[in-house]
Design a protein around this ligand. Structure first.
Ligand code: GRF
Length: 216
């Protein structure tokens, strides 16, 4: 069966991209990374993609007069590569309403908190400041409102005494690298259905699966 063609949008490090590439190496993984688009020419993730022979494109927001014209340029690249699912992986540009509308129900993001708690930037520090005992990551559909789309799945981690922004971020990131390839797999297997603001994944016990992985 043909694999789902995934386009990954990045701006930086690319560790989630690397996790997706690694997952897609397995012969039985139902999705392939068709292309990577970055808005930054110096994003380290570009080299990760290139090392795996994945086509990369840079679309700089600086070359576009407004958000929508940038969005249309990114979308054009994705269309050229026959992309069917758009995966944001550390993509640091805010779209106009045009992009999430164009890719409605086929555009996902991963965010390093248990949404709807802690939106925006430095969310791991926000979690520490709030004194929560549990945090994690959320894979969600992207809608025009920032960090607000329907939740697909979440993974939880403990917040430990003595955690810093760095240690908590690293613990959450390890779960991102497990969760995101799983979520892309669900899309590729056609198991995700979207009704209003609810996402259902066929074959799971609940609407949004919760992983909890205590670590030593
Ligand atoms: C991750 O923490 C992700 O949750 C957030 O941006 C970061 C991207 O990291 N959206 P990387 O570029 O995938 O390493």
């Amino acid at each position: 069966m043909a694999k789902l063609r995934v386009g990954v949008l990045i701006s930086g490090r690319g560790s989630n991209l690397a996790a997706l590439i690694e997952a897609a190496r397995a012969a039985d993984y139902p999705a392939e990374i068709a292309c990577v688009v970055s808005n930054k020419a110096d994003a380290p993730g570009l080299a990760i993609a290139a090392a795996s022979g994945i086509p990369t494109t840079i679309v700089s927001h600086k070359d576009h007069p407004d958000r929508e014209s940038f969005d249309r340029a990114v979308s054009g690249e994705l269309e050229r590569q026959g992309v069917e699912l758009v995966v944001l992986a550390g993509f640091m540009r805010i779209f106009s309403a045009w992009f999430p509308t164009r890719w409605a129900d086929r555009l996902i993001n991963i965010h390093p908190s248990l949404l709807p708690a802690f939106k925006g930037m430095h969310v791991q520090q926000q979690a520490l400041d709030a004194g929560v005992r549990v945090s994690g990551c959320t894979a969600h559909l992207v809608i025009p409102d920032l960090d607000s789309g329907p939740i697909i799945a979440q993974a939880a981690v403990p917040v430990l005494a003595g955690d810093t922004e760095e240690t908590l971020s690293a613990r959450i990131l390890r779960q991102e690298h497990r969760l995101y390839p799983l979520v892309v797999r669900w899309f590729a297997e056609g198991r995700v259905s979207i009704g209003g603001d609810r996402v259902t994944v066929r074959g799971l016990a609940c609407d949004a699966m919760l992983l909890f992985s205590p670590e030593p």
